[in-house]
Design a protein. Structure first.
Length: 502
């Protein structure tokens, strides 16, 4: 008769991996923790309190979201309704109350099916975002003044978007089993709180974060379905399929990629086909508007246009922006296939979305929301994250001060054109800086704080610890850079308990 294992041995075998406290490995996090009592002690116990990382991060995210709502108070009380520049001087602008009437929700018009009477003939948002807006309109009381209805519409949307913010924070927290406290970077991100209720981008960001979590758990079909839904809410999430294709190519995981792609296509079609069939003109408005839209706020194309006596045409900018994006995609693919150690999925996901933002002809301030969870997963380093966030907050203030300047008439209250160009440059440099840090981590994986903790690719799902089957260039040669610390490292094909040095 076989002896049964002892209770102590069984508990040790199934014990969850010990979390990595940021205050022990990150100097900035340790210094910042002095505000709440100092770094976590070495004898601190995990999992013995109600205050688990997921709950703490979710509550912090909701608290920061609430502070963002308070920041919008001057506009809620009148800035959205009285005075041309008040909503800009208080930096509290939001599309949400303005589009309640401007896109026919106040009149009960059905998005995509009913034609509008204003400057836009149909709603210019993807279908799932349009549904989100319509549900909020259903929940908005249709009585009272139009100002009161717009205030209610913003409040209802804010409540729904708060749920999305909590989902994003929780998904990032649960993505890395050993690094749950990295979710605090999302929860505490100042640009996240400031831009969360400008538009409806958080819906797509939440679906994308949930998709990343599903992929990290090895659930390719669920990942694909969620990514397809995210793409039905905003266009950018489909870009993640590119890095995933290259990584699965390198690891030989074609079946999992095919499952993810199939799930994404089916989910996108389920949402879009009915509207596409019955209201094609309204459905296609988002795509035609994106193509016909001229050079707009936040892009380096705007800086070139406003400093040129003969600006490029919209069609030329579209072509050049597409070419730049193709070049970026090629560079990211080459990096993925030639790096001596296969990049992590989150690293390439961040780079591809950042490339789209940098080359696009418009950068609305809420687009920073697309990058926040990906940046945390790609490089959970507090110093670099906060440097980037500082640049984004500066741009957030810069665009509103510039709009205050252009709408205040002869008073010229705000930031002139030259100052706004500096704000754009700061945003671009901040994003490029974080991209450079991620690329450095890929080329020198011993600098990657995730891998220095002993992990391989926690958000990689089937890619985690997978062997390479297709590489070329430097990837086919032994690595040049050896780890300089004693933290456990992993090598391709090694199990989590067989960590070896690079």
């Amino acid at each position: 008769m076989c002896a049964m294992p002892s209770a102590d041995a069984t508990q040790a075998n199934v014990r969850e991996p010990e979390p990595v406290p940021p205050t022990r490995e990150d100097r900035v996090a340790a210094n910042g923790s002095e505000l709440i009592g100092g770094p976590l002690g070495r004898r601190a116990l995990f999992g013995t309190s109600w205050w688990t990382p997921v709950r703490v991060v979710a509550l912090v995210a909701i608290g920061m979201f609430a502070l963002g709502l308070v920041q919008k108070a001057p506009c809620f009380d009148g800035g959205w309704f009285f005075g041309a520049s008040s909503q800009y001087t208080h930096a509290c602008y939001s599309d949400i109350p303005h589009l309640y009437q401007g896109r026919g929700f106040a009149d009960g018009l059905v998005p995509y099916f009913d034609k509008l009477n204003g400057d836009m003939d149909y709603l210019e948002y993807p279908v799932l975002t349009g549904l989100f807006m319509e549900v909020a309109a259903w929940l908005t009381p249709g009585t009272g003044s139009i100002q009161g209805q717009e205030q209610w519409y913003w409040v209802v949307n804010a409540g729904m978007l708060m749920v999305c913010a909590a989902v994003i924070a929780v998904c990032v927290t649960r993505n890395h089993a050993r690094r749950p406290w990295d979710g605090l970077l999302v929860a505490l991100a100042p640009a996240f709180a400031l831009t969360a209720t400008i538009n409806w981008d958080l819906l797509a960001v939440a679906l994308t974060a949930a998709a990343m979590l599903m992929w990290s758990r090895g659930r390719a079909l669920a990942f694909g379905i969620l990514l397809g839904l995210a793409t039905a809410a905003k266009l950018y999430p489909f870009l993640l399929l590119g890095p995933l294709l290259v990584l699965c190519w390198r690891a030989g995981k074609w079946r999992q990629f095919g499952t993810a792609l199939l799930g994404a296509v089916i989910a996108w079609l389920v949402v879009n086909l009915p509207v596409m069939y019955f209201a094609f003109d309204g459905w296609s408005k988002f795509y035609t508007f994106s193509q016909e839209r001229g050079v707009d706020f936040g892009s380096f194309w705007l800086v070139l246009a406003q400093n040129s006596s003969d600006p490029l045409s919209t069609s030329t900018v579209n072509t050049l922006a597409a070419l730049l994006m193709v070049l970026c995609c090629g560079g990211i693919a080459a990096l993925a296939l030639t790096a001596q150690r296969r990049p992590r999925f989150a690293q390439l996901a961040f780079l591809i979305v950042a490339a789209f933002i940098l080359t696009n002809k418009v950068y609305s301030p809420q687009y920073v929301l697309w990058l926040v969870p990906l940046a945390v997963l790609a490089r959970p380093k507090w110093r670099d994250f906060l440097i980037w966030q500082a640049c984004e907050v500066a741009y957030f203030l810069g665009i509103w001060m510039y709009l205050a300047y252009t709408t205040s008439g002869d008073a010229h209250k705000g930031l002139p054109t030259g100052g706004y160009h500096w704000a754009i440059g700061l945003h671009l440099l901040g994003t490029l800086y974080l991209c450079a840090m991620v690329v450095r981590d890929i080329l020198m994986p011993e600098r990657d704080v995730v891998r220095r903790s002993g992990d391989d690719d926690p958000s990689g799902g089937v890619l985690d610890h997978a062997e390479d089957v297709f590489v070329f260039g430097p990837a086919a040669r032994p690595p040049r850079h050896a780890a300089q610390d004693e933290a456990p490292q992993v090598e391709w094909g090694a199990s989590p308990t067989e960590g070896r040095s690079l």
